[in-house]
Ligand binder design. Structure first.
Ligand code: ACO
Length: 430
């Protein structure tokens, strides 16, 4: 017999089915709760709420496990590339050689943006934040490729392969162009023959008269950074994408909403905040205790630590921390921020405040140091996260859009405001 849960409400016993996931996770099915009892659940921040059934990514936060489509992140990090992992996340299986070739060709075909979009860059202020430009420009793709943004689910799903390739490939082009625009550098167009990561670095760092030669270790490092960010189940930005998608909105609009949600410092913006914190520690020449003390006193958060789901080491942080050292060693460069980060991590891992709350380094703690080594400027860090996360957003959009029984996402609330009262004319208001 399938599992059931019983909820005691006053004198009534309410029997609720329990859904068991493929990894043995249990969830009480609340879908009929209000219809049966008139009450709703309250779960601010959704820490106990499963918002969907998904087949994309599995996380066990207590054990520090992350798998994309069943494959452990450690194996993908060691053996795969960002493009192959993108295919896996979007289509559910590792590609055959022929599928991989076709997918790469599709990404190359959709790398450039409509020429009239290039002119749009001219009109942003020079000091605009690249995330603001990225969100606006990715949403604007719907204007230039309207056949991918019809909001007719049948048609949007028919064009899914093209829309997915457009989102994954063009986000990288727009990102690089936004950087060049803010610097006042000439825009560099994508090069068809270059692989995904090398092409991005070419658009960032080549000049019309000087081609950027990408060292293989740098391409590998960028592949790793993007791959580690490629999906992370129902985080804030992915939930946003699903929320928007549930209204029937197209893939372009839904993923652009994800970019906006990612921007905040508690989510994708944390990678910038970590570097600013490490730079401040470096400039002050102290050991980071000011930041630790402030965090413990509740005055600020120690950026790059803690996670809603991981109550153990974030497996991505482990991989990226090691890779950071390897990259710096291969490039023969040193970064004082890495030493500071290592010392800060050691201090935190011995501090009862952080131990009691199970606050470990998350992916953002080391990703910034690695991006610095590649030459990515600080203002672009969250943009890099957005490029990496695009496959996860696309796959989640597809899961929502292709669920014919899916309902619009529409949580309820507990109203705590004024009770009914009569309108007061202006001359009688105190
Ligand atoms: N520094 C200091 N204290 C912290 C931190 C932190 N980084 N994170 C959580 N805490 C404390 C809280 O103050 C709280 O303490 P209390 O029980 O005494 O009130 C306790 O730990 C639980 O914190 P919550 O806010 O309930 O944790 P939540 O799951 O809501 O937040 C989050 C998760 C947002 C990631 C949080 O840990 C944080 O702000 N971290 C810093 C920002 C960051 O690195 N974000 C990147 C997240 S990973 C990503 O998006 C890729």
């Amino acid at each position: 017999m399938s599992k059931q849960a019983v909820l005691k409400l006053d004198n009534t016993d309410l029997t609720l089915p329990v859904i068991v996931g493929s990894e043995g996770e249990n969830a009480v099915d609340m879908r009929n709760l209000r219809a049966k009892s008139g009450i709703i659940t309250y779960d601010e921040g959704y820490g106990n709420t499963g918002s969907c059934l998904s087949k994309i990514t599995f996380i066990d936060g207590e054990k520090g496990i992350l798998r994309y489509r069943g494959y452990p992140i450690e194996q993908l990090a060691e053996k795969s590339t960002f493009v192959e992992t993108t295919y896996l996340i979007i289509y559910g299986e590792l590609p055959t050689a022929a599928q991989r070739k076709r997918f790469s060709a599709l990404l190359s075909e959709h790398a450039s943006i409509h020429e009239r979009m290039v002119y749009l860059f001219e009109h942003y202020p020079r000091d605009a934040h690249p995330m603001a430009i990225l969100g606006a420009m990715c949403n604007a793709l719907g204007c230039y490729y309207p056949h991918l943004a019809t909001n007719d689910q049948v048609s949007d799903l028919e064009n899914f392969d093209e829309a997915a390739a457009t989102a994954v490939s063009k986000v990288r082009t727009i990102a690089a162009m936004s950087y060049r625009m803010t610097k006042g550098y000439p825009i560099i167009y994508p090069k068809r023959t270059l692989p995904y990561c090398e092409n991005f670095l070419h658009m960032m760092f080549s000049d019309p008269y000087d081609f950027y030669e990408c060292p293989p270790v740098v391409a590998r490092a960028l592949n790793l950074i993007l791959l580690l960010h490629a999906d992370h189940e129902q985080n804030c930005s992915t939930s946003t994408v699903r929320m928007v998608a549930s209204s029937g909105a197209n893939l372009i609009a839904s993923t652009a909403a994800g970019i906006c949600a990612l921007w905040g410092p508690l989510h994708g913006g944390a990678n910038m905040a970590v570097i600013k914190m490490l730079e401040a520690i470096h400039a002050e020449g102290d050991d980071g205790s000011r930041f630790i003390d402030n965090a413990k006193a509740g005055k600020s958060r120690l950026m790059g630590f803690g996670h809603r789901v991981y109550k153990n080491y974030d497996p991505r942080a482990k991989i990226i921390g090691r890779a950071c050292e390897e990259l710096l060693a291969s490039l023969g460069s040193k970064d004082p921020l890495l030493d500071i980060a290592r010392r800060l991590e050691q201090a935190v891992l011995q501090d009862p405040y952080f131990l009691e709350r199970k606050l470990y380094p998350n992916v953002d703690f080391y990703s910034g140091i690695m991006m610095r080594a590649i030459g990515i400027p600080l203002s672009m860090f969250t943009v890099m996260f957005a490029i990496g996360r695009m496959p996860g957003w696309v796959a989640n959009w597809h899961e929502v859009a292709s669920d014919s029984k899916g309902r619009i996402y529409r949580p309820r609330q507990i109203y705590m405001g004024a009770t009914v009262r009569d309108y007061v004319p202006m001359d009688q208001r105190g």
